[in-house]
Design a protein around this ligand. Sequence first.
Ligand SMILES: [Zn+2]
Length: 151
Amino acid sequence: MINSGIYVLWLHLPKEAVLAVGSLGTFSFPPGIYAYVGSAQRNLQQRLARHRRAEKKLRWHIDYLRAQANCLGAVVFLGAPKDAECRLAEHIRQLPGASLPAGNFGASDCSCPAHLVHLSGLAPDLVALSHAVHNVQLGAAKSLAFFDAGD
Ligand SMILES: [Zn+2]
């Protein structure tokens, strides 16, 4: 069973939040839909389970936003290598209505502008969210959607 790959975590922020994100700085996050692109080259399922949990020690940039936002679900590309992570983030930054409220968010070890994207053009509709990434080509890896009922 493959337990590695890259993923998009979909979050919904119900109202604007001004958050201090670790050492990255303080940013104003508008309400709405967010996509966060990450990679887990091992223990992918455990990583996604961790994202779903609201209560935890804040370790990664995304943990600070997750604490204020609802987790809608994730789309994973099982077996996709780490270098596909930035290509997937680039695809999402090109979607209509995309903006980057926090520069370098989730992108400390690459040259991307950010791995967190606010998407004003998408409704919190799970079918629409998975459709937004479902045509991305990442080698042989196919997208699989996992959705929570919400929290
Ligand atoms: Zn990157």
